[in-house]
Design a protein around this ligand. Structure first.
Ligand SMILES: Cc1cc2nc3c(=O)[nH]c(=O)nc-3n(C[C@H](O)[C@H](O)[C@H](O)COP(=O)(O)OP(=O)(O)OC[C@H]3O[C@@H](n4cnc5c(N)ncnc54)[C@H](O)[C@@H]3O)c2cc1C
Length: 92
């Protein structure tokens, strides 16, 4: 299966996912391998304290992604697939 790809990405953290998405948009056949059962690497939401309260365990600084060039290219397709950032007008 791997030989049918133009490129293989090891790891589904934000860097692997963004690289894979941009290369796929450029017409490349991409295969991405992740060793964990959940995609996303450090982008991980869990009920780490109380039931019903979810926390971003290692990725709280999403404004850097929002202001970066990859988000500009992928925004429309990410939104079609359900990603919607909710920002506050007050600085945190
Ligand atoms: C405590 C802490 C707090 C942080 N807070 C923030 C923050 O608030 N905001 C922020 O932007 N960044 C934060 N970071 C940094 C952030 O985690 C990294 O910048 C980001 O995760 C890097 O993305 P990545 O895709 O390179 O790697 P990762 O997110 O680490 O993903 C790598 C993926 O590759 C997989 N993998 C590795 N080896 C293999 C293999 N051989 N085969 C298959 N799969 C493999 C792993 O399982 C993992 O899913 C924090 C980091 C730490 C440790």
């Amino acid at each position: 299966m791997a030989e049918q790809s133009d490129l293989i990405i090891i790891g589904s953290g934000i860097n692997g996912l963004v690289a894979g998405a941009l290369c796929a948009r450029a017409g490349k056949k991409v295969q991405l391998f992740e060793r964990n059962p959940q995609l996303g690497g450090a982008i991980k939401t869990e009920e780490a304290t109380l039931p019903g309260f979810t926390h971003e365990l290692l990725s709280s600084w999403h404004p850097l992604f929002l202001g970066g060039p990859a988000y500009g290219q992928l925004k429309d397709e990410l939104e079609k697939r359900g990603l919607h950032y909710k920002n506050t007008s007050a600085p945190a």
